[in-house]
Design a protein around this ligand. Structure first.
Ligand code: KG4
Ligand code: ZN
Length: 324
């Protein structure tokens, strides 16, 4: 069973061919970072227009790299929410056209569930039930993945998502867009214990990052000549501490033995290292995709689509504000 996945929810145009929901035959990703960098953030209309220009080439390249043709594709999976409405429409309509012309099934995939399913594409093999910590630009949630199609939200952020906090703090520190990876880089030269930023503890499985962001802004205003690397490292450590503590607490309380990290922030080196250490101490098995499968990609869309077949009808729509 070969599925062609398409992802256009934000600023990456991606297409991938995945076999049996587990084996990546190709995963082509075209980033729009340079297009949006002068604006300091993603400009929705520019993103949609660039997806239109790129999607055909990216799909062709994904087929070529997989060594297959359209007639070899058994089903089409596409992210149909959450995301930018114009951007999502490009991928959904392209996938719809291909599936209709080829008379093959079409399935609309939840982008955040797909991030979790990136963990099915790596070793060691993972299968439900497990706990997932999803940390992306728009989401920070703890999910109980009870079966391939059963995702139960345990808790999430009450304000900013982890990635959003990274991006906003990067701006305060004067670092270029996209901020998360820049903070990660700069923090490597700083002392994570230099500044005692707050670690919010709220609810059973909830997170909050807006107070931390404010604390960094106030610190910068009071100490204009401070060492940016120390601020980045101390901020990052505060985020990492609450994410790791939250995930381990949930796994222990709900008796999960497997934890899967997912989403763009899962690229963060400090988070990966701290999760590894905490899981070892607590006898938990940690799964985390390589960075290329943590950020937006179409292989994860195909992996998610695999267990959703036969999928949707030709009236498949986009759901930009869709919740999990
Ligand atoms: O999952 P993703 O690629 O897109 C969304 O679905 O949102 O996540 C993007 C987020 C951005 O906020 C970006 O700054 C953050 O992930 N990010 C990182 C790192 N790489 C990406 N945050 C911290 N450290 C990183 N190395
Ligand atoms: Zn994403």
């Amino acid at each position: 069973m070969k599925i062609l996945g398409i992802e256009t929810s934000c600023d990456e145009t991606s297409a991938a061919v995945v076999e049996n929901g587990r084996r990546i035959l190709s995963n082509v990703i075209a980033s729009q970072v340079e297009l949006h960098a002068p604006f300091g953030g993603v400009v929705p209309e520019l993103a949609a227009r660039r997806h239109i220009e790129a999607v055909g080439y990216i799909v062709d390249e994904a087929l070529a790299q997989a060594g297959v043709e359209l007639k070899d594709i058994d089903a089409y999976a596409v992210a149909n929410g959450p995301g930018l409405v114009g951007a999502l429409l490009v991928g959904v309509n392209y996938a719809k056209g291909l599936a209709f012309a080829q008379k093959k099934p079409l399935v609309g995939v939840h982008h955040i569930e797909a991030h979790v399913c990136a963990n099915y594409l790596t070793e060691p093999p993972l299968s439900p039930p497990f706990l997932s910590l999803v940390v992306s630009g728009g989401h920070t949630i703890l999910l109980a993945v009870e079966d391939y199609n059963v995702f139960r939200v345990l808790g999430g952020t009450l304000d900013d998502a982890a990635g959003e906090a990274f991006d906003k703090v990067a701006r305060v520190l004067g670092l270029p867009f996209p901020g998360g990876p820049e903070v990660d880089k700069v923090a490597r030269g700083g002392n994570p214990l230099a500044i005692a930023f707050p670690r919010a503890r709220v609810g059973a499985f909830e997170f909050s990052f807006s107070g931390l962001k404010t604390a960094v802004m106030q610190y910068m205003a009071k100490h204009p000549d401070c060492d940016i690397a120390d601020v980045a490292a101390s901020f990052q450590q505060a985020v990492v501490d609450v994410l790791v503590a939250g995930a381990v607490k949930a796994a222990r309380e709900l008796r999960y033995t497997n934890i899967a990290l997912a989403g763009g922030v899962a690229c963060n080196r400090a988070l990966r290292t701290a999760m590894e250490a905490a899981c070892e101490v607590n006898h938990l098995r940690l799964h985390m995709p390589p960075p290329v499968l943590c950020t937006d990609n179409a292989a994860m869309i195909a992996a998610r689509g695999h267990t959703m077949l036969p999928g949707d009808g030709w009236d498949l729509d986009v759901f930009p504000g869709r919740m999990v």
